[in-house]
Design a protein around this ligand. Structure first.
Ligand code: PLP
Length: 427
């Protein structure tokens, strides 16, 4: 994969947006909902440091931090038995956890075989391609979810994609809640998928649950079930793994802290030396900040159980009402994560006005109509969205809008701008 394709499209767009403060950046998956009233006072109150915070620490995270994260996630995500510090390894961001996990899968760990591909529903977060394709030279076998099929993942679709793949994929990698669809799976589906994967194939099950606490209260959808909370995960401790991080639920994307949670001792024995060699390390400054969240008992739990759902719902409702008011169609199933998946297909074949777009970072990529619409909204309406083909969507004309990236008043303003701009496109 040429290096220029490794750029993060979200990062590129964010850099571009910095040149024009009028542009509202809703392309990036960030969460500002907790900072001002909750995290800022917490960090200011607990801002003390010790010599140990400045020195070498285990590159996969100190035992006390891994233990605190394990206890916290076990409680909030229903992992029973709870995971201890030996079953959590921390890295520089969830992308690093994805990466070390991918490497372990492809190289094989302990008595588990190696591999060169993974099975994954699409649309999906573009960063998976950095690990599985660009860095490891393998491939992602897509299970395309389509508008026609209601973007629903079924066991049959997983089985069909697995059956057609040669060689067989090394793991089924799920993201739940899904980025960009904003849905998670019901327990019965997850149990049947896990059972089939673990009993009928040699695959591992990897679940990226970085948005796990972002479940919108009152939106119709199933209760969230973590892969590590399934009975099959306890029966097969070496084959079910979760990655999670502080970037989305807590909105601490700049801290770069992500974890690999697995009951497989063999897996941790393999991934920990990778970080000790200096790659993807957990730094003491990251650890210092994150420990503040666990400084006072119950603070992290309260933020995730009470504050985040309340804030998320207000932002979800405000964005949802604005989309309705502007008659902007969207995938209707959204009930979790931080996104709306806008369905702008009806504008693709209209005469999208050409707009002046200085220093545009968007190279020619994919469908030119989708690209023109993205550019028109960004440079004309001054709202930046992430277009579907960047997220490996098979349907053209879908756009991801992150409704937690900026304050809710600004999100509503952005949606109104998009509505006005869409209405101005001649047929
Ligand atoms: C599904 C998913 N996994 C992983 C990541 C990367 O997380 P981090 O910023 O902690 O590396 C993202 C970021 O957008 C994501 O959406």
């Amino acid at each position: 994969v040429p290096i220029r394709h490794l750029y993060d499209p979200e990062e590129q767009l964010s850099l571009w947006c910095q040149q024009d403060s009028d542009v509202i950046p809703l392309h990036v998956a960030e969460n500002v909902l907790l900072f001002e009233n909750h995290l800022k006072p917490l960090f200011e109150r607990t801002c003390t440091t010790e010599l140990a915070d400045t020195k070498y620490q285990p590159n996969y995270g100190r035992d006390d931090l891994n233990g605190a994260v394990g206890a916290f996630l076990s409680k909030s995500l229903g992992w029973d038995p709870a995971l201890t510090h030996r079953e959590i390894s921390s890295f520089a961001g969830t992308r690093s956890a994805v990466d070390v996990m991918g490497r372990a899968l492809f190289e094989g760990y302990a008595d588990r075989p190696g591999g060169s591909s993974v099975l994954m529903p699409s649309p999906r977060w573009h960063g998976f391609a950095w690990t599985y394709e660009a860095r490891l030279g393998g491939s992602i076998v897509d299970i395309p979810l389509t508008a026609e099929g209601g973007f629903r993942l079924t066991l049959k679709a997983i089985q069909d994609a697995y059956g057609a793949a040669d060689p067989k994929p090394r793991a089924l990698v799920l993201t739940q809640p899904e980025n960009p669809l904003g849905v998670h799976y019901d327990r019965a589906f997850l149990e049947s998928a896990a059972q089939w994967v673990l009993e009928k194939t040699d695959m591992d099950l990897v679940s990226d649950e970085i948005y796990a606490h972002c479940v919108v209260p009152g939106a119709s959808g199933p209760a969230f079930t973590s892969a590590l909370a399934l009975p099959q995960a306890v029966e097969h401790p070496d084959r079910v793994h979760v990655v999670w991080g502080f970037a989305k639920d807590f909105g601490l994307s700049g801290f770069r802290v992500g974890v690999l949670a697995s009951r497989s001792k063999k897996l941790h024995d393999v991934v920990r030396p990778v970080t000790s060699a200096g790659f993807s390390p957990m730094t003491s400054s990251n650890a210092w900040f994150v420990r503040k969240l666990f400084h006072t008992r119950g603070v992290a739990e309260g933020l995730m159980k009470e504050v985040l759902p309340r804030e998320l719902k207000q932002s979800f409702d405000a964005a949802s009402d604005a989309l309705e008011e502007q008659r902007i169609p969207r995938f209707g199933g959204t009930h979790s994560a931080q996104f709306f998946w806008l369905d702008l297909r009806q504008w693709l074949d209209r005469r999208i006005p050409t707009v002046h777009c200085p220093n545009d970072p968007e190279e020619d990529f994919g469908d030119p109509r989708e690209q023109a619409l993205e550019r028109y909204l960004r440079c004309g309406a001054k709202v930046s969205l992430l277009r579907g083909q960047r997220l490996a969507a098979s349907d053209i004309g879908f756009f991801r809008l992150c409704y937690t990236a900026v304050d809710r008043g600004t999100v509503v303003q952005a949606i109104r701008r998009v509505g006005t701009a869409l209405r101005a496109i001649p047929r």
